[in-house]
Design a protein around this ligand. Sequence first.
Ligand code: PGA
Length: 243
Amino acid sequence: MNIFQFDSEQAWINGVVSLWRDRLRVRPRSRICLTSGHTPLKIYQAMRQACAAGQVSFAQAEVFALDDFGGLAADDPGRCPSMLREYLIDGTDLPKERFHTIDTEALDLEKVCRAYDALIGPGFDLCILGIGLNGHVGLNEPGSPLDSVTRRVELHPSTVEASAKYLEHSNLPRWGVGVGLKQLLGSNELWLLANGRSKAEIVRRVVRGEISEDVPASLARRHANSFLFLDSEAAGRLVHASD
Ligand code: PGA
């Protein structure tokens, strides 16, 4: 895993955006999987601005939402597709039909999941992920098997608790549907993002702890082309780590 540590949050945003623009220039037809959550929002805003300024284009790209909560209103702003649309997609030239999301309202969820996996194929060109406080990536909670595919997942209690920050009500989601580790780890490039002090301890475990399904983000260390982008606060426990 390649680790990039930036001196400030702004440098972290600029660094990730600059590399992402390069990737899209080199491979305009990139098939990209995007997380929501709070971590990438400023990066998405900067990418949207770059697109508006004509510095990058999504016109030939394809974007897949990493996951979505179940049991929330279709237009709930805390859902993954809503956040992606608001912070990135709606301000870019990505054709609407090339933004893919998971229909968690469908009666036949199994069918929806198999169709999503078929659309994804073996993996993405680029996967941009956050890291949950418990080490999850997307809805791959601790203990998720390496060969897991898109599926319904019961949320870990800490993920239920963390979801409150995205929502303007107290009807917290208990389950969701997310892309599995098989497709994420099958991607050509895997980017993990973390910023802020609250992520310092899980970042330390991801980088210095055992590579284990108990900390799904640590599995990225086995990926031949994975990158971890950290601001100085998220990297704060790497510097002095003795283990
Ligand atoms: P956050 O969530 O970006 O809101 O911290 C990270 C995650 O759960 O993947």
